[in-house]
Each structure stands twice: as C-alpha cells, then as structure tokens.
Design a binder for this molecule. Structure first.
Ligand code: UDP
Length: 242
C-alpha cells in the first residue's frame, strides 16, 4: 500500500486506467516558436512543455567561451501557474538541478566541437506540470535542437518508472509521484545504448531497481520513435514559399 494508505492500484489498473507498462498519451509538435532557431511543444498526459533553442551564437559572459567547443546552457523553468499550489517565480534549487542535469544530457549528443567559442541556449518552459516534467523537458529539448538543424549524434528520449502500491510501473503521474514509494526518471542515447540521466527518489530493492530501469528504458525507446516521427512529419510539411 502507498503512503497515506491511498489505493493507487485497483483490479490491476492504475488511477487513470493504465496498465503497469502503459505510457500516458504523448503529442509532439515541432517548430512552434517563430523567434527560436528550433522549438518543440510536448503534451504528455497532463504535462504541457515548450522548448526553444537559440544559437549557436556569440557567448556571453566571455569567460565561458571554449576554443575547442560550444557551451550548451539549459534553463528549466516551472511556470508559477503550472502547478496546483502557485510556485514562486524564478529559479530554485530544484530547477537549477534539473537545468544542470538536462544540459549535461543534451551536451552528450550535440556535436559541440563544430561551434568553438559559441553558446547554445536551450529553454524548457513547463506550462502545466503533472509529474515527469524533467523527462518531458528533455524529450522536447532534444527535438528542438534537431529542429534547429544543430548536428547531433542522436536524440535524448526520457521516461520515468517507479514503484506504486508495491508494483513497478511506467511513467508516474502526479498522484503516483506524490504518494508512491519510488520515482526513477532516466534519459538515454538509443544508438549508443547508454543512460545519460538517472535519478531516484524513494526506495527499491536491487531486483526492483533493475526492473524499473528496464521498464523506463523501454518507455524511452517508445518516446524515441514518437520524436523521430514528429521530426519526419515536420520535414515533410515544409513548403517552399514563392
Ligand atoms: N511540483 C509542484 N511544485 C513544485 C515542484 C513540483 O507542484 O515546486 C509537482 C509538479 O507537478 C511536478 C511534480 O510535483 O511535475 C513532481 O516533481 P519532481 O520534482 O519529482 O519532478 P518531475 O517529476 O516533474 O520531473
């Protein structure tokens, strides 16, 4: 049973009717911001997240410039109106942490060496949050980077798994995240079969950890297919204006 004895699983189904290994509904739109070089908007369950990429461009402050490669910065922001209890505007410890791990995950696929001394800025704006926003943010940001035409070795799909009412389940929503026993978000580089982000909040046995990791990787692979599909259809939709 979960914390506070809330019944999160009934008759083998979760609160929203999903099976243990079901993802929430995901929609990915590409090229949604006119002033960004690349952008993506992702709806994932009740999450709504926008990502915008600016650059490669002149990097300020100058001391961050690296003559061997570009510097990729990421700012993850949870809008004050995105959550039930209004969030105080501006950065906090959580958003600084998510920005840092997201920048590191994205830097592992972007060919930064092609743009010495430059800066690439990635903004992740969470407009509506319902758990898993760091995974949604990374998923949107890597599509936005591809939309910007920045050379990349791969995309960075992400997904969480966790433990709810004693069961290992995929893609926790808010109630499961708050009241469940564990949340384990991860992000992968599919072509290299590598994990580039792994965090865990809660407790799992070694076997449960292995199972949750496997489930989250499978979930991220499904997200990867959706990212590629969205990018391909955005290319096919391009019309050359006369
Ligand atoms: N949340 C909130 N206020 C906050 C931070 C988070 O209401 O200041 C909610 C929001 O719905 C978020 C969820 O708690 O999606 C889980 O947050 P967590 O820190 O686990 O990150 P996430 O799962 O979104 O990556």
């Amino acid at each position: 049973m979960a914390k506070d004895d809330v019944e999160l699983i009934k008759n083998g189904k979760r609160l929203d009717g999903r099976k243990f290994d079901d993802l929430r509904k995901i929609k990915i739109e590409v090229g949604v911001l006119k002033r960004a070089v690349g952008s993506a908007y992702v709806e994932w369950g009740k999450n709504k997240v926008m990502a915008g990429v600016y650059g490669p461009r002149e990097l300020h402050p100058k001391y961050l410039r690296d003559p061997t490669k570009a510097h990729l910065r990421c700012i993850y922001n949870l809008a004050p109106f995105s959550v039930e209890d209004r969030k105080r505007p501006g950065p906090d410890r959580r958003s600084v942490e998510i920005s840092k791990v997201s920048a590191e995950a994205l830097s592992s696929v972007v060919m930064l060496e092609k743009y010495p001394n430059a800066g690439i800025d990635v903004f992740i704006e969470v407009l509506q949050a319902d758990a898993g926003t760091r995974c949604v943010g990374l998923t949107a940001a890597s599509v936005a980077l591809a939309d910007a035409g920045i050379p990349m070795r791969d995309l960075v799909p992400a997904c969480a798994a966790g433990k709810v009412s004693g069961e290992i389940v995929l893609d926790l929503m808010k109630e499961e995240d708050n009241l469940g026993e564990c949340d384990l978000p991860l992000a992968i580089i599919p072509r290299k079969k590598e994990i580039v982000l792994l965090q865990m909040d809660g407790k799992l046995t070694k076997d449960e950890f292995k199972k949750a990791c496997g489930l989250a990787v499978d979930g991220a692979m499904k997200v990867y297919e959706m990212q590629k599909e969205a990018l391909l259809s955005s290319i096919n939709n391009v019309r050359i204006e006369e």
